[in-house]
Write a protein that binds this ligand. Structure first.
Ligand code: GLU
Length: 438
């Protein structure tokens, strides 16, 4: 194959580099031709905007906002909006591509996108955040649309931001367009089960992996890094299913209790203390780094990108890693973990529960109909399980990691769809037989 390996990007921990290297490994397995490799490695569109916002003290600050559409081959692009002081175009570009692979691996009809605004949401008032979200929506007015590009919550954003975004977009259109964004408050057309969806998907994929590994959940010990929406829901749901969560952590550090953390209490404590676990007394204080190397069965990184790297991968004792965050493991760490026999359920599969229920929300909005919680749970659990089994079968068949198998499943789906759409494939009896047109 003549395409070159992705060149390293200057800074140390670059999620775009990690994403591109995984893409490259899977492309080689698939023997992807160079044309399609070049199509899939590039983003369709990258937008950078400046957002001047009046702050509560009367000053004006200019924030930088981004939206990257990586692909719209499978359908309208889909992906969250991140408010974070460290967000930049590289990160958003990687996260957008991950959304493409995520939607493809769980077989929902979306391409991938991601948005971001460089800001510190914790230091901003509700009204400043509202003005920022409305300004961002105005700037992206021609980009967003229920059939074009559909944002959702991500780090630093939640139902409030989605409500403002929906309102601002609808005002400009002169009609209520609730399907333009997902993760809305339920009263505005949000779906039941969306808030816990990502954590629930992490729970389902953890149990699926434990079953394959013949580990009884009632004997499993788990450490979870990150106690935001994903980490706290995953903790609660896994505890409900009999697992013992021995450690949790957030920006304030880690908390270890070998008898098991009382997750309900930890969540209440966090909610009553400005959303942080600082001084939480239900466990011995440890560092975030210590948490990663605890002697547990399962490690769930549910915080940021690149927390498991070549620097600490060798010290990891967990048998199973389930990636609640996007991109928590660097490419270099992959091979170290593989050599040690650690199984990793990759982010694009393990944390897909959120976008799956976003898809259900969009479907419900377009139907003008509401599903019950039972239906949402049943259908999202079944999609994750099916995707897990499919990826597991590919990994067994070719004796490769679950990560490479997931990328193979995703890239194969997107590339074959592209080939049909551009007319270079013809249908033969069934999809698997599709062939290049003579
Ligand atoms: N931000 C979430 C993710 O990374 C959800 C995206 C969505 O629901 O569109 O998967």
């Amino acid at each position: 194959m003549s395409y070159k390996e992705p060149a390293p990007i200057s800074h140390d921990k670059d999620p775009l580099e990690s994403m591109m290297k995984r893409f490259h490994v899977a492309a080689e397995y698939l023997n992807l031709d160079e044309e399609i490799y070049n199509v899939l490695k590039s983003s369709v569109k990258k937008i950078i905007v400046s957002l001047p916002i009046s702050m509560d003290d009367g000053s004006i600050r200019v924030f930088e906002g981004y939206r990257v559409i990586h692909s719209n081959i499978l359908g309208p692009s889909k992906g969250g909006l991140r408010y974070d002081a460290n967000v930049d175009l590289n990160e958003v570009t990687a996260l957008a591509a991950w959304m493409t692979w995520k939607c493809a691996v769980v077989d929902i009809p979306y391409g991938g996108a991601k948005g971001g605004v460089k800001c510190n949401p914790h230091e901003m008032s509700q009204s400043e955040l509202e003005r920022l979200t409305r300004a961002y929506t105005q700037a992206m007015h021609d980009v967003f649309g229920p059939d074009k590009d559909i944002p959702a919550p991500d780090m630093g954003t939640g139902p409030d931001q989605m409500a403002w975004l929906m309102d601002e977009y609808s005002r400009a259109r002169g009609t209520t367009v609730n399907a333009v964004v997902t993760g809305k408050p339920i009263i505005l057309g949000g779906s039941v089960g969306r808030i816990e969806a990502t954590g629930r998907g992490v729970m389902v994929s953890t149990l699926a992996a434990l079953t394959k590994m013949k580990i009884n959940p009632f004997n499993a010990t788990i450490a979870i890094q990150g106690f935001g929406n994903v980490g706290s829901w995953a903790a609660l749901l896994l505890k409900e299913r009999g697992c013992k969560i021995v450690a949790i952590s957030d920006v304030s550090g880690g908390y270890f209790n070998k008898e098991g953390i009382d997750i309900g209490k930890a969540i209440t404590y966090k909610n009553e203390n400005d959303g942080v676990l600082e001084n939480y007394g239900g466990g011995k204080k440890i560092s975030n780094e210590d948490l990663l190397t605890l002697d547990v069965d399962v490690l769930i990184p549910a915080a940021l990108e690149n927390t498991i790297t070549e620097k600490n991968a060798d010290k990891i004792k967990a048998k199973l890693i389930v990636e609640g965050a996007n991109g928590p493991t660097s490419h270099e760490a992959d091979s170290i973990l593989e050599k040690k026999g650690v199984i990793a359920v990759p982010d694009i599969l393990a944390n897909a529960g959120g976008v799956i229920v976003s898809y259900f929300e969009w479907v419900q909005n377009r139907l003008g109909f509401k599903w019950t919680k039972n239906r949402v749970y049943r259908r999202s659990d079944s999609i994750i399980k099916q995707a897990f089994n499919n990826v597991f079968a590919i990994s067994n068949k070719y004796n490769i990691s679950l990560r490479t198998a997931a990328y193979i499943a995703a890239i194969d789906k997107v590339s074959r769809t592209y080939r049909y759409r551009d007319g270079s494939f013809t249908f033969q009896k069934n999809d698997k037989d599709s062939q290049r047109r003579k």
